[in-house]
Design a protein around this ligand. Sequence first.
Ligand code: ADP
Length: 713
Amino acid sequence: MKTLLKKHFGYDEFRPLQEEIINNVLNGKDSFVLMPTGGGKSLCFQLPALKLSGLTLVVSPLIALMKDQVDGLKANGIMAEFINSSLTGEQINDIMERVRVGEIRILYIAPERFAIKSFQDFLSSIDVKLIAVDEAHCISEWGHDFRPDYRNLGILKQIFPGIPVIALTATATEKVREDILRHLNISKAKPFIASFNRENLNIKVVAKKKAFHKLVNILDKYRKESVIIYCFSRKETEEIAENLRLNDFNAAAYHAGLESNKRKRVQERFVNDQVNIIVATIAFGMGIDKPDVRLVVHYTFPKTLEGYYQEIGRAGRDGLPSDCVMFYTYADTRKHEYFINQIETSALRQKAEEKLGAVLQFSELISCRKKYLLSYFGENMKEDNCQSCDSCLTKKEMFDATEITRKIMSAILRTDSRFGRSYIVDILLGKKTQKIKINRHDKLSVNGIASSVTADELGQIIKQLIDNGLLLKSIGKYPILSLSRKGRELLQNNKKIELVKPMIEAVTEIKKKAGELEYNQELFEKLRALRKGVAEKAKVPPFVVFGDTALQEMSYYFPQDKDGFSEVSGVGVAKLDKYSEVFLEEINKFVKDNNIKAPKRESVGVAGIKQIKVRRQKFHTKTKELLNKKISVDRIAKNQDLQPSTVINHIEKLIDSGERLDLDYLRLPTNRYETIKQAFHECGDEKLKPVFEYLGEKYEYDEIKLVRVLLRV
Ligand code: ADP
């Protein structure tokens, strides 16, 4: 299977679950796949399609995506076509004929076709071996994207009894999942549920102050990369895009109010790398599948976490590190509240409020944001620290909050515990709003007693006091603050309290590109330009020619011949044939002009041409990078889909090759470490087994091995 993977798709390793799913499909069984965007769902039916002798049918709801997928398959030398309403009758007949003679392996079809009797007859006469239903949640009214045409798909099991069906989606609640299985008649489908933790995404929330200035600073690092900025209104998208252009950014606005041709043009320019920044309302993103979006910004915070997750999901689909930045100010909730208040049904309104409340909570977290996000979707993340959100990456500083806490509590008490957070904040800041004046609270002694603190800082402190149980927040549309018993005690007894210092940000620095190869940027740019030219000629998007991963590897390993080129991730037989010459020419010229010595790389080779070996050198580099970031062995292993023992092998090899690594943080608890150390002393460190036995088989091999490594440093 790995041979096919390298040969046709140019990849060396499967992503999590892909191999298991493919096996299930090839065993003729039905599968249900729930995997986040970018998880690699398509491969789960595309690879079996190549192994099976007949035709694979793929049902897909989005016309634009079908074309991209088919273009991508063709670029890999795979015979694929699609049938949907964008084609003429003649074109469709031609494709049907080619299907009949067995020329086509994968056929994408829009769901409405299945309602047509003559099309059903046509299908019955074809040797179909596998049916894939992409975006399967569209079958359910409970989902966010119900398509009545998907209901026609129940017929598939009737036309093709015994043919395996694979249903795939990135969003399915329990109800939606039941619907999918029921309507597709695949009640016994084996479920494959992947983790929704997108480890390559760095997420960050920044205060929305001097927001445009911050935005420009962030974007400066993405001048050539693809970026999506989500805004609240059409007007805002236009304004920001315009302001960005004035700052020499290549930005375009996108929203539902644009005329449809214009919208299409903007999308195309983005997909073809002609414009790199899209400033959009949430309408953007449904119809595109660009794998190399490196940054997603929420300029206004989203109204649900479901939406947020889906939108950040558009970043880094190719698995490379990508950033997601949300601008947050409490004031933005009012924009959403205005619309929520228009909802007439009270149950729905309450639901919308709860969802908005969850976003608010997420934005104000001081603990791991990914853990919160995953738990919101019902997944339990084991670790408390994801190493990829700002909460986990920021050192938390404590401060003596006794005085400010007393001020906040006084303001609540002096206003008879009848108001919510923003009102209390306004009083503390000394604002004289209409409401404050009417209530005569401008005359209170607490008015303005915290005017040297900002509203956001006060908000963060109040949030912590609620989390600590010192303040109570009532439930409902206008939550009211009051003191808990614990809070009163604190105030009465004049107790000291420490809190996490509110984040007062300087212009934000984004952690950029952790874990990426240290490739040659100059060559990368040249290859990117070359890719664009090649893509324009072939009339396909640049990422269909090569993904960023492939270009980065070329700019790191500097392959100088076909063999070396075949080792690059994403280079299969077809692309080797089609593109190696032009790309090698560029690389060789660069190597010569700059007198570059390429790093050695263990041979991998294209399957069918050469045998596949795992690319160890790359893993070592990655392991080293992660060790320098003080990441645990288990997480390094997970990050690279390896066993912890393999990572320990890497560490051993790195040390043996003279690398200086600071591994102190990997030390086991002293007693375990000392016991194992003693055992090595007794048994020598040549072999692990004697030590394992000496220790009464009470210690894991991995632990023992790790201590041996630490003893060698
Ligand atoms: P999904 O449909 O789950 O959102 P895709 O099937 O579009 O994800 O895959 C996302 C990206 O990951 C694509 O660019 C694809 O080529 C790439 N990809 C898929 N499987 C692998 C793999 N095993 N190794 C490397 N890249 C992969």
